[in-house]
Design a protein. Structure first.
Length: 233
């Protein structure tokens, strides 16, 4: 019998025995992280072994780089890391951006909420953004953007000052009165200066460090600044 290869692409859609990150395609591009049991969505830390996984060519499971005796495992609707046993509930394939269990369930961000520490589950395969993932090898993970470099996905340069100027005839700038965002004539105050925070993916004020925010958790037409939370609003 031909020996099982230990390198190269497996029929499960994962590179064999190379550490990788599992990156959500939701806007914040958070990654899977395990605490040896629970699996949650967390901000990328390139040196965190708890965020790294590898496809074990022997057991055909996705193992934790931090806890190498444990594999991603379906337990009811939960995604956990459990002692490796290579049963059907530990077998996953990567197919067109989805991570699908042998019985057709897909790895998903619970409730579609792109928030820090959100639970990751298994659910009926629907292909929504909360079920879409990129598998990025550790060696191929792009370096963190530095000040002045363009974040092409968000269309802004990292940590560089800018004004937000209306295209209406007045050419006024967005300014702050307290925490409210208003239009005002250009001036030299920091309340008219903003920057893109690449880690939080928010536009923040140089005046007080708070982020542009749709009032009422996104339920209003009004704009202000508030403590950064990286939610969709």
């Amino acid at each position: 019998m031909e020996a099982e290869p230990t390198t190269g692409m497996s029929k499960f859609g994962f590179e064999r025995n190379l550490p990788f990150f599992i990156v959500s395609r939701m806007p914040m591009n958070r990654v899977l992280q395990t605490d040896s049991n629970n699996v949650t969505l967390k901000t990328l830390v390139r040196t965190a072994k708890a965020q790294l996984f590898f496809f074990d060519s022997k057991t055909k499971t996705i193992k934790s780089q931090q806890w190498t005796d444990r594999s991603l495992s379906m337990s009811g609707s939960n995604l956990l890391t459990r002692t490796t046993n290579a049963r059907w509930f530990q077998l996953f394939r990567y197919q067109k951006g989805l991570i699908v269990n042998e019985r057709g369930k897909a790895v998903a961000v619970s409730g579609g909420q792109d928030t820090e520490g959100r639970n990751v589950v298994v659910a009926a395969k629907k292909g929504g953004l909360n079920q879409q993932w990129d598998i990025i090898l550790q060696k191929d993970m792009p370096a963190e953007l530095k000040k002045g470099e363009m974040n092409k996905q968000w269309g802004m340069r990292v940590d560089e000052d800018f004004h937000i100027v209306t295209r209406m005839r007045s050419g006024r700038y967005i300014d702050l009165i307290g925490t409210d965002a208003v239009l005002k004539t250009p001036n030299s105050f920091k309340s008219q200066v903003f920057y893109f925070d690449n880690k939080a993916k928010t536009i923040r004020s140089r005046h007080n460090g708070q982020a542009l925010n749709i009032v009422g958790n996104g339920g209003s037409n009004n704009l202000n600044v508030a403590a950064t939370n990286s939610r969709w609003w």
